[in-house]
Design a protein around this ligand. Structure first.
Ligand code: CDP
Length: 229
């Protein structure tokens, strides 16, 4: 059977990654978390002192250093899921922390950062058989994807899910700051000049505010079966 391309986009912390990972595992496709790639670029900026105390980015230095940013994914045998590596170092846990979340959207809005990541993502999906989640996958990275889904949920539900996730990993966080961060990221992501977050015209919309993880997994699997029937 021909392997298709599946693009899952949507707002911050709406459960896209969980859906995308579950589907990829079930159907034997590659899963790529494009947000992890922007998080790796942001961590690189933090490590190299390219984010100033006022939060602004040293854009000139970042542009010069871009060729030094190598992002890759390797399967973690114990979780069965891919971990993100920045220049050969496993940063999967590090990039999920709130300090990275606080700076990622301005970094991801830089056109040269997007151009570099988009080129890598398109290369990863050249042969199909891929599930990629992010903000611009169905609009800019794979505009011809056979299955496009746009996921959303209410702000408060998304903030609560992210808070639970952070706390489960032992990170201290409070509801109000998680909510403020996701609203601010959605604002920056939706209003940037290059590849803003928006629903592709041919995307199926899923509001998963009141769906459980098994229910959303089932919904997505059915859509996949329809497209490949
Ligand atoms: O996990 P969460 O949904 O909160 O975010 P993520 O998927 O890890 O993405 C982190 C950030 O990367 C987003 O807020 C965007 O600023 C950026 N991003 C993007 O610009 N384009 C993508 N395709 C994926 C993420």
């Amino acid at each position: 059977m021909k392997k298709i391309t599946i693009a899952i986009d949507g707002h911050s912390s709406c459960g896209k990654s969980t859906m995308a990972k579950d589907l990829a595992r079930e159907i034997g496709y590659i899963y790529i978390d494009s947000g992890a790639m922007y998080r790796c670029c942001t961590l690189f900026c933090m490590q190299r002192g390219l984010i100033r105390p006022d939060g602004s980015i040293d854009v000139e230095s970042l542009q010069r250093l871009m060729p030094e940013i190598q992002v890759s994914f390797r399967l973690n045998a114990s979780t069965g899921r891919p971990d993100a590596y920045l220049n050969g170092v496993n940063v999967e846990e590090r990039i999920r922390k709130m300090d990275v979340s606080a700076h990622v959207s301005p970094v991801a809005a830089l056109p040269f950062v997007r151009a570099a990541m988009t080129a890598q993502q398109q290369e990863m999906g050249r042969e199909g058989g891929i599930v990629m989640d992010g903000r611009d996958i169905g609009t800019a990275v794979f505009p011809d994807a056979e299955l496009k889904v746009f996921v959303t949920a209410s702000d408060e539900i998304r903030a609560q899910r992210r808070l639970d996730e952070l706390r489960a990993k032992g990170e201290e966080a409070d509801f109000e700051s998680v909510l403020a961060n996701l609203r601010e990221r959605d604002r920056i992501d939706s209003t940037r000049a290059v590849a803003p977050l928006r629903q592709a015209e041919d995307a199926l919309v899923l509001d998963n505010s009141h769906l459980t993880i098994p229910e959303q997994k089932q919904w997505l699997l059915e859509r996949f079966k329809e497209r490949t029937a």
